[in-house]
Design a protein. Sequence first.
Length: 268
Amino acid sequence: MSFKNYLRRFTPWTAALWKKRSAKREIFKEIKMPFQEEVRLRQSLIQLLKMIDKTYHCTTKVGTEELQRAVDDVLFKEWGFNLTLKASLITGAGNGVFVSKGSVEKGQMVALYPGTLYFPGEPMLIASFGNQYILRCSDGMLVDGKHTGVSKCIFKSCLNRDRRGALLPGDWNWLTATPLLPISIGQYVNNYSNECCQNVSYEEFNIQMKDMSLPQQSLLPYVFYGGTNFITSEPFIRCVPLVATRRIQCDEELYSSYFTELYTSHDD
């Protein structure tokens, strides 16, 4: 990954440019996703969680290749595609995310960017050192999608802190190569290049915890750093999906823009 692309993922550098920008995000050709589209994506994800949760509860073969195939079959039946990790087509970029079966339609959710969620003002200086996986949401919330080192320890620690009985409030398996939710691999999506055009964009929405069962919530690859969200009147989970900006065919690699594009302010 080039130093320029690293800077575009590194939150302190992004913050240095913040005062020169407005807070409007560039999504789908400078048009913010309509509310009804956000509702559609949220409902689609909740339905997928229900079906995958049912699959896990209908088998005792947790962690087996047979179970992984069964979960992939659910994803294909519900959303019409499967994903895989393999060497990126971009030289030196490591692994990338590819559509391994089916196709992804424009406007469809294709992956989730996982990680620890930080409200504005919460400390994450240590976790940010050398970390190219920190994404900033439009409201200032940060998502640390690094799956190794300090970030990994923080995620697992917060997850165990918020454990409710035998259930964890999220999935730690995204830190490995086999997440419980097969779309929780958005951190592996590479930045677009001159030869490889962007085909997915980062979006964001909240799912109210009341709209999910605890087992369904445990499939999501998120945990709050501070844990303060659980004492609010309407607790929620922030989700950061990658949404297709065009139709993506089988065997194509996913490419995003690491930098959250913002309009230059024209306010007087």
